[in-house]
Design a protein around this ligand. Structure first.
Ligand SMILES: [Zn+2]
Length: 122
């Protein structure tokens, strides 16, 4: 049934929306450590080698808009200097880096896998 922004935002498995996509606890040294399979419905988290290559383009497009729009607003609406606006954007990018990295993978898997609770292990 449809697309769940909430499940995606929480990095839940797209098929059962209960299992976690990424290994817990979070480790800064391996921010993209994913579970091989969903612990609830056994979905393979990397369906094929290079599956997340597409997520790279997706994150590029999303990040471009997420950074371009506020930067342009700061410069042209709030009349910040371009140096100040770029500094703000770099800090914003550094803070949201992991979020984008993981979020684009979650979005990509959610686009490609449909919700189907019948796979949940009883
Ligand atoms: Zn699952």
């Amino acid at each position: 049934m449809g697309f769940s922004l909430k499940a995606m935002w929480q990095y839940k498995c797209p098929r059962c929306r209960k299992g976690n996509m990424f290994k817990k606890p979070f480790q800064l040294s391996s921010p993209l450590a994913m579970n091989d399979r969903c612990e609830v419905c056994n979905l393979k988290m990397e369906p094929e080698p290079g599956f997340y290559f597409g997520a790279m383009f997706l994150s590029y497009v999303i990040a471009s808009f997420m950074f371009l729009v506020p930067t342009l607003l700061l410069v042209f609406v709030l009349k910040w200097s371009s140096t100040a606006a770029l500094t703000f954007t770099f800090i914003f990018a550094a803070i949201t880096y992991i979020r984008f990295l993981r979020g684009s993978r979650a979005l990509w898997l959610h686009i490609n896998v449909k919700y189907n609770p019948s796979f949940i292990k009883k």
